[in-house]
Ligand binder design. Structure first.
Ligand code: HEC
Length: 152
């Protein structure tokens, strides 16, 4: 009798534990965490071969890139200075290195660009626009202008 009530007690505890675990699993299961489906930051485009250079030229005008990179985008040494954006400087950069510089302010080595370079993802730029800009930059004639590192 003592043994039986002991085993009944053990079973009762076991059933209780089973239900508690089921309740916990329900709380943490699929749908229980609203953040689980939230999209992560879209990566910077790696292939801009379908970019539209003419649309990119318009975008560069609207985004006022020339105010820091000079009217010919060959780099400014006065005013608000910014580096050369022709192939003289960017020729060795991959599409993704350029798109992440423009969208997220990371240079070709993944280091942070100085804060005077706008992070255009925050300014609402999408993958299509940034690839159009890359196509436009790639279409520019190289300009051999030395622009010292202006980062402050
Ligand atoms: C307010 C000034 C400013 C504006 C506007 C600006 N840039 Fe920049 N940009 C900079 C500066 C300064 C750097 C260099 C940052 C550094 O060296 O850390 C830079 C760096 C870059 C680089 C990386 C090149 C390199 O050698 O570091 C690219 C690509 C670039 N800008 C593209 C653009 C494009 C395209 C636009 C317009 C959509 C634009 N920038 C608008 C100031 C600006």
């Amino acid at each position: 009798m003592t043994t039986q009530s002991g085993s009944f007690f053990a079973r009762a505890v076991g059933v209780g534990v089973f239900f508690s675990m089921a309740a916990l699993a329900g709380a943490c299961g699929p749908g229980g965490n609203p953040d689980a489906a939230a999209p992560v930051d879209a990566a910077a485009p790696a292939d801009c071969s379908s970019g539209d250079a003419a649309a990119g030229r318009v975008a560069v005008g609207m985004r006022a890139c020339a105010s820091c990179h000079a009217a010919d985008l060959g780099g400014a040494t006065t005013g608000t200075p910014g580096p050369n954006l022709t192939s003289t400087n960017l020729g060795g950069w991959s599409d993704q290195q350029i798109t992440s510089a423009i969208l997220d302010g990371e240079d070709e080595a993944g280091d942070r660009l100085c804060t005077s370079m706008t992070r255009f993802r925050i300014a609402g730029m999408n993958g299509t626009e940034v690839c159009n800009i890359v196509a436009h930059l790639r279409s520019l004639d190289p300009i051999a202008r030395e622009v010292p590192d202006t980062c402050m």
